[in-house]
Design a protein around this ligand. Structure first.
Ligand SMILES: [Zn+2]
Ligand SMILES: [Zn+2]
Length: 196
């Protein structure tokens, strides 16, 4: 059973149907608008508000020449040192503002602390004795949110990493619209190029 949840939109202020997989036309879809993965299903079409996945799929699933095998390996690491704690997993409190991030001046106005830029945190790397870093859960490493080029087109690294978790990739190609198509045993995926 393929877990489609990682391809849904994780944090939605208003739910337009992107937060859960949904069935349409014999496929179960999961999408966050930039990546879409589908697997065959016997489930009846979802009712209510769901994205028009069939139209989206028809628009973007325009294969060119398939390359057999998994996606080319990217040399970029999946995890990178956390900037907040400089990879130490610990953060110290800013001494200038005692962790408040701001000062109240005699005229009762609040001013951001210049020392920490309002974060209340000490300098990265200064916190070996400090608290566990919130940004990385104390691990010192965070997912690499950068992008990487495949055949001259940039794609977001977290999406490529998520695709690697899918079983038995068979082939991939990049469409004329720079959409990355990947298919494997029992699944198909498309990824929009990275605008950054
Ligand atoms: Zn950290
Ligand atoms: Zn400060």
């Amino acid at each position: 059973m393929i877990n489609l949840k990682p391809f849904c939109e994780a944090h939605v202020a208003r739910d337009y149907g992107f937060s859960e997989p949904f069935a349409a036309g014999g496929y179960l879809y999961a999408t966050d608008r930039s990546i879409c993965v589908r697997v065959p299903t016997d489930l009846p079409d979802a009712t209510g508000r769901v994205p028009n996945a069939r139209e989206m799929w028809a628009n973007y699933w325009q294969p060119t020449t398939w390359t057999d095998g998994p996606l080319p390996a990217v040399t970029t690491p999946a995890m990178v040192p956390c900037e907040t704690c400089a990879g130490t997993g610990k953060v110290a409190t800013c001494e200038a503002c005692d962790g408040q991030g701001w000062f109240i001046t005699p005229d009762a106005a609040a001013h951001a602390c210049r020392e920490c830029g309002g974060t209340g945190l000490g300098k990265p790397g200064s916190g070996e004795e400090g608290e566990a870093c919130d940004a990385c859960d104390g691990k010192g490493q965070v997912p690499n949110t950068g992008s990487v080029e495949i055949n001259g087109v940039r794609y977001s690294i977290p999406y490529l990493e998520a695709l690697r978790a899918l079983p038995n990739p068979r082939a991939w190609c990049i469409t004329d619209d720079r959409v990355l198509l990947v298919r494997g045993d029992g699944w198909e995926a498309l990824v929009m190029y990275n605008y950054a």
